[in-house]
Design a protein around this ligand. Structure first.
Ligand code: ASP
Ligand code: MG
Length: 422
């Protein structure tokens, strides 16, 4: 059994779906395929959600129509004429019913978000599975909401691997077809409420599936040659890294490299399942592999830019010593708003934290005030991490304008700077 994951960019148009089918056709043995929402559908559904939540039903319907039109183009490209599979039509009806007939106040923002945004993956996998069948590759479609049991932490749910294991094993065993297709990114609580596991989380879904099914490998198909030592849109002279250890990969992902979701590595490392990052435009390229032991250690600096950061500076009003006693308090507040902390630096009475931008910033600041802290913050920040940095990087980046803070070990240089300083 192999597990393949196709991200939004790889199925953003009909050609990509056709390509997926050819890759599936060319793979021997059983195959479990995890698919994300097509192209930028998740963002489009976030707009549907916003309008729905604000009670602007008309706007929500218009935003939903854009999603429908976008998929209609892909469907037409695949079938050569307008085509709407019954199961896809059913999904559209279900979504429309939610946004036109439900009362937003009846559930939390997060719960509605998951209900609505999950349609991206439900639609994409239905189209992919229908198309595989049409192309003569028998496929079985799973509804991962019946497979992955998660916590009820909406928008950031955790998959309960133990209780999901028998469900996935059984579903794959029962499927007659060689190829099984399932949604990335989504699951459900024990009560059956739809959940999502965090933006870009499909990689993690694929890793968990690989773990449960004892896959021989997991491959993430992307629109790049493999893993590069920097995002070519942001840095010059980037080049390809053929092999990485699980540890390299986890550090990279944690620093914000967009290549794989940070949670992906652990389940694979635990069962020593290799993870391939493959180029779907040219499947014959070797891609990059992440595994326990590698023959060619990374020999170049890796640059990772994490955007949309906020730099918080927190001080206790009474100048009480910030360490031990109050650190736990600070993190508890951040955790309760699910703030993602990426860097911490502290002095005797202050603590600076770099967090992902969040819609709860005002609430977080308010909580800190209540707990007796003064807070200052800068939004529009970004975090640059350079692993294996050289002296030149210090001059070029650390001493540049717009830098608010640096942190440096022998191997890693981290810089918090104002966005768009270059
Ligand atoms: N479709 C979701 C997102 O765009 C999940 C994923 O792509 O992995 O965040
Ligand atoms: Mg996506």
């Amino acid at each position: 059994m192999k597990v393949y994951k196709f991200g939004g960019a790889s199925v953003k148009e009909a050609a990509g779906v056709r390509n997926l089918a050819e890759i599936a056709r060319g793979t021997e043995g059983r195959l479990f395929i995890i698919v994300s929402a097509m192209g930028k559908t998740t963002n489009a559904l976030e707009r549907v959600m916003e309008s729905f939540w604000e009670g602007r039903t008309g706007e929500a319907v218009v935003a939903m129509q854009q999603v429908v039109d976008y998929h209609a183009t892909i469907l037409e490209g695949l079938w050569g004429e307008p085509h709407l599979p019954e199961r896809v039509r059913g999904l559209y009806e279900e979504l429309e019913e939610i946004i036109t007939l439900s009362n937003p106040q009846s559930r939390s923002y997060e719960e509605w978000y998951d209900r609505i945004v999950s349609f991206g993956e439900l639609i994409s996998t239905t189209i992919v599975s229908e198309y595989l069948n049409y192309a003569g590759i028998g496929s079985h479609l799973l509804d991962m909401r019946r497979i992955f049991l998660t916590s009820n932490r909406f928008r950031d749910a955790n998959i309960d691997i133990v209780s999901s294991t028998p469900r996935l094993k059984k579903a794959v065993e029962l499927a007659q077809e060689r190829v099984v297709v399932g949604q990335g990114f989504i699951g459900a609580t024990e009560q059956g409420a739809t959940t999502t596991i965090g933006r870009e989380g499909s990689d993690y879904s694929a890793a968990v599936a690989g773990y449960i099914l004892d896959a021989e490998s997991v491959s993430i198909w992307k629109d790049v040659e493999g893993i590069l030592n920097g995002d070519p849109k942001q840095f010059e002279d980037v080049s390809y890294i053929p092999e990485l250890t699980y540890l390299d990969a986890i550090e990279l992902a944690y620093s914000g490299a967009q290549i794989i979701h940070p949670k992906t590595i652990k389940p694979l490392q635990n069962k020593r399942i290799p993870l391939y990052v493959k180029c779907f435009v040219n499947p014959s390229l070797p891609g990059s592999v992440i595994k326990a032991e590698i023959d060619r250690p990374i020999d170049k600096p890796i640059l990772i830019l994490k955007k949309n950061q906020i730099l918080l500076s927190i001080k206790p009003e009474d100048y009480s010593f910030i360490l031990e006693e109050r650190m736990a308090e600070i993190f508890k507040i951040l955790e309760s708003y699910r703030a993602k902390v990426h860097l911490v630096q502290n002095s005797a009475i202050s603590m600076a934290l770099c967090i992902d931008s969040t819609r709860y910033l005002d609430e977080i600041v308010e909580e800190f005030h209540k707990a007796g802290f003064t807070v200052k913050y800068n939004s529009d920040m970004e975090l640059l991490t350079i692993r294996g940095y050289h002296k030149e990087h210090l001059v070029q980046y650390a001493e540049a304008e717009g830098v608010y803070m640096t942190q440096r070990s022998r191997k890693v240089l981290r810089i918090i700077r104002k966005t768009n300083v270059e």
